[in-house]
Design a protein around this ligand. Structure first.
Ligand SMILES: [Zn+2]
Length: 146
């Protein structure tokens, strides 16, 4: 069974159950479907209203996605704070600073900052241990500490 919302030439809206979806298309042109209000056989399918159960499902999915996003953001927040707390932000002096620490010219400490892809590649070639920091995990730059 399939339910159609129909509308007649006089804008009366009504519902009719059909056994299959092709029934309306077969019966309407033959004048077999009448408006229950005015009796006209000039009827057509009305725009369907959103299905409640579908929109509820969508709402539940959206809620789940929002919750997952919130969890991710909370986790990212924590990591961001941890990095901000434990590491020194050295801005675009990252390559120099990482190199100085690597070669023992400066005391060992955790740093983060910006490096060009060229600088990053050079550091890796020299065996300086660095890792890219995903944007979402990068703390908001604070003032340089050195
Ligand atoms: Zn009517």
């Amino acid at each position: 069974m399939i339910k159609y919302n129909l509308i007649c030439g006089a804008d009366h809206e009504f519902e009719i159950w059909f056994s299959k979806s092709s029934d309306f298309d077969e019966q309407a042109p033959k004048g077999l479907i009448e408006c229950p209000y005015c009796g006209t056989t000039k009827v057509e399918k009305a725009i369907m209203a959103p299905n409640i159960s579908t929109s509820r499902k969508k709402e539940a999915t959206a809620k789940k996605q929002a919750a997952a996003l919130q969890m991710m953001n909370a986790a990212a927040d924590k990591i961001r704070k941890e990095i901000a707390d434990k590491c020194d932000y050295v801005g675009d002096g990252f390559a120099d600073e990482a190199r100085a620490i690597h070669y023992g010219e400066k005391p060992e400490r955790a740093i983060y900052g910006e490096a060009t892809p060229h600088e990053a590649a050079a550091l890796q070639d020299e065996g300086v241990g660095i890792a890219p920091l995903p944007e979402i995990l990068a703390p908001k730059p604070k003032s340089k500490t050195n």
